[in-house]
Design a binder for this molecule. Structure first.
Ligand code: GTP
Ligand code: SPV
Ligand code: MN
Length: 612
């Protein structure tokens, strides 16, 4: 048995509540060794992980790792929010009573660290000093060194952050056990995995994965699910799967901050990292605040709606990231950045990495290349030749400080004023490029009825059309009715109301299926129009579902689009929309206690469509 007190004394971990938590779990997990991790340990941990073969070199200061081949995405079915309050049960949160589920997960975890090291990772989700710091502290326990490396990049990690908490006991207890990955029955009726957030105990218990959202517990388990629950119970803030960016007009000096939610793998990272299109780049500068989570609250002094990114890094989709689509991302994972690549293709002779869309063609010479399953490309049979080399959900992990357009004030605990909130997703028809919504309830209604194609970021749902309220479906921690009310309460309390908008970069041609809009950097044009509309500089065209830009207003300089495509994305298909309203009605009827304002907005839109 490890002498826990001695380990914690030597590490300088003095918070008594944290010490008790570590001791409790050391007893339960029975590790051979315990180590407390700070960001300063990164280079040593990298060396150890290289020596142990857990990661491989991928160029100067770059590393590659592969997770088990049945463990490459979040598992929504195995993700559970547990509390002791029946009223927390929602449609999407997979609610279970904590008395029922806790013993089951704890049973799986018992003795699971035998022969292993227990890493203790004290972290903060938020810059120190932020108004939400109280909800930001956590301590992850894990048996996985690669998880430590990811956490150091994705969160602020260090013993000092946890020793001096204003309320020493107020930290999230986040326990991660990798489990015996080849023997967990992933996706079968005997599936042994459990990803549980016991929200009213601020405890996270994840068993059976080493992949991203399942294993880096500061990120979505704490940063989204737990924080959303905390924000609601305290009535203090919202936590959303949102990107957050700033736009500056260098000519007028005007600045806007835009945040918004698109479902997983639907373009948040790409948008937040975007550069202005070349034709507009002299005039506009885009700055990056965050790409996956935003916390929103009303500042008690100024009365303004504020937002910040609680994370410290980017866990971005690799697929289709290249010089043209996202040069910023490539810069942020350049040699020396200490970036990690997960489940991409890897060359164990040249130490290069590759993913679909990195270059137009696959590397011509297959020597040394290994696919995401760990199999040699050169050994592939002819019928496997077309299979992807990288997993579609392969990812890169890098710190915010590496992002070349990171905002100068990204670390400012005060956050930034939010001017616009957008929703979007992969919608192949119906949704125009952008439609602006000026009314709060209608904006919240639009978020609640966000319908899009599911992606490879979760197991087994790719391409399925589904509603994904505010892009929070996989991260909901309480019931949808109170969630909508909390939105109305928080945003409604702000002195200046943000504008809302729905955007869609993914409309397709009904014939050959090509994307009607070039997307990526060009998306800024839609956001610029929105900001100008908010400021009264353009008027747009009122439709039943919001205001959409005219062709003149959109600003097409330097962009040559077929007129037919442009006409389609700047119009709405009334018939298709009328049909949609019936589906929305059914969708919303699932949620008891939905605020009346949301129903009023729904009926208003339906009537406007009837009269259109
Ligand atoms: P999560 O990290 O899973 O929450 O995803 P995300 O919303 O940040 O998505 P991301 O920006 O990583 O994009 C996911 C995929 O969509 C990548 O393969 C991108 O290349 C692609 N994508 C992003 N923006 C656009 C766009 O404007 N048009 C098209 N066609 N594809 C895009
Ligand atoms: C997502 O799936 O939305 C992600 C990646 O951002 S994960 O951390 O796996 O949740
Ligand atoms: Mn995400």
């Amino acid at each position: 048995m490890v002498d826990v007190d001695k380990v914690l004394d030597d590490a300088g971990l003095s918070n008594e509540a944290v010490r008790d938590y570590v001791k409790h779990w050391a007893e339960h997990l029975q590790p051979d060794r315990i180590e407390v991790v700070s960001a300063a340990d990164d280079s040593r941990l990298i060396e150890e992980a290289l020596a142990a073969g857990e990661i491989q070199p991928a160029g100067e200061g770059l590393y590659y790792s592969r997770s088990y081949s049945k463990d490459t995405a979040r598992s929504e079915e195995r993700t559970i929010v547990a509390t002791s309050r029946e009223e927390d049960k929602g449609v999407y949160n997979n609610w279970r009573h904590s008395d029922e589920i806790r013993p089951i997960v704890e049973g799986h975890m018992k003795g699971a660290f035998a022969g292993k090291t227990m890493y203790v990772i004290p972290y903060l989700m938020a810059p120190p000093g932020s108004p939400s710091e109280k909800y930001a502290a956590g301590v992850e326990i894990t048996d996985n060194r690669t998880v430590c490396l990811h956490m150091i990049r994705m969160a602020r990690v260090g013993i000092d952050l946890i020793n001096n908490l204003a309320e020493p006991d107020h930290f999230v207890r986040a326990v991660h056990v990798t489990g015996d990955l080849p023997n967990l029955g992933q996706g079968t009726p005997e599936d042994k995995r459990y990803f549980v957030t016991v929200a009213d105990e601020r405890t996270i218990l994840h068993f059976g994965s080493s992949y991203g959202g399942n294993a880096l517990l500061g990120k979505i388990a704490h940063g989204l699910r737990q924080a959303a629950y905390d924000g609601w119970r305290s009535r203090e803030f919202l936590s959303e799967q949102f990107m957050l960016l700033g736009i500056k007009d260098k000519e007028t000096g005007k600045q806007w901050h835009v945040c918004g939610g698109f479902p997983s793998a639907s373009g948040k990272t790409n948008l937040a990292m975007t550069l202005a299109p070349d034709a507009l780049g002299d005039r506009y500068h885009v700055s990056f605040y965050g790409d996956d989570i935003a916390w929103l609250w009303v500042d008690p002094d100024s009365g303004e709606l504020m937002g910040l990114n609680p994370e410290n890094g980017v866990f971005g989709v690799a697929k289709d990231t290249n010089e043209k689509t996202n040069p910023t991302a490539l810069d942020s994972i350049a040699p020396g950045s200490q970036a990690l690549f997960t489940n991409v293709a890897y060359n164990d002779q040249t130490h290069e990495v590759w993913w679909e869309g990195k270059t137009p063609e696959r590397p011509a010479d297959t020597a040394g290349w290994i696919d995401w399953k760990g199999e040699r490309i050169a050994d592939r049979s002819p019928d496997e030749a077309g299979d992807p080399w990288a997993h579609p959900n392969s990812r890169f992990t890098t710190s915010l400080a590496n992002v070349p357009n990171v905002a100068a004030d990204y670390n400012d605990p005060k956050g930034v004023r939010i001017d616009a909130i957008i929703f979007g997703g992969r919608t192949r028809d119906r949704e125009p490029l952008v439609r602006a919504i000026t009314d709060l309830a209608e904006g919240v209604y639009d978020g609640l009825t966000l319908g899009a194609e599911a992606t490879f970021a979760a197991e087994g749902v790719e391409g399925k059309l589904r509603y994904d309220p505010m892009s929070m479906r996989p991260f909901m921690s309480y019931a949808e009715g109170p969630y909508a009310q909390h939105w109305l309460d928080i945003v409604g309390a702000a002195k200046h109301q943000p504008i809302f908008a729905h955007v869609n970069w993914f409309q397709r041609d009904a014939g050959d299926g090509h994307f009607l809009w070039p997307g990526y950097r060009e998306n800024l044009r839609a956001l610029l129009w929105l900001c100008q509309f908010k400021d009264g500089e353009v008027t747009g065209r009122q439709t039943a579902v919001g205001v959409i830009p005219t062709e003149d207003e959109l600003g097409m300089e330097g962009l040559d689009l077929p007129q037919a495509d442009l006409d389609r994305i700047l119009d709405i298909d009334i018939e298709r929309w009328r049909e949609e309203m019936g589906h929305r009605q059914e969708h919303l009827e699932q949620f008891p206690n939905l605020p009346e304002e949301i129903w009023v907005a729904h009926r208003r839109v339906a009537e406007a469509l009837d009269q259109a």
